[in-house]
Design a protein. Structure first.
Length: 71
């Protein structure tokens, strides 16, 4: 069995992760990838989502700190 060729959208925000998961779900439904491939992708997306959320949280915290120091 050869690896599936599957392209996900660019992921830069938590909202993008949702779009990617929807693409994975649709690819499974369409038969373009197997459920096990979809599950593996979903796990990777979950890890990526955690990293994106951490970055977004840290960025928001830095912005609040900068606003607080400007006062």
């Amino acid at each position: 069995m050869h690896p599936s060729i599957f392209q996900l959208p660019e992921i830069t925000t938590a909202h993008d992760v949702l779009k990617a998961v929807q693409c994975v779900t649709q690819a499974i439904t369409d038969g373009n990838i197997t459920p096990s491939e979809g599950e593996a992708l979903a796990r990777i997306l979950n890890i990526h989502a955690s990293a994106v959320e951490l970055y977004e949280f840290e960025d928001a915290l830095n912005q609040l700190e900068q606003k607080g120091s400007a006062l």
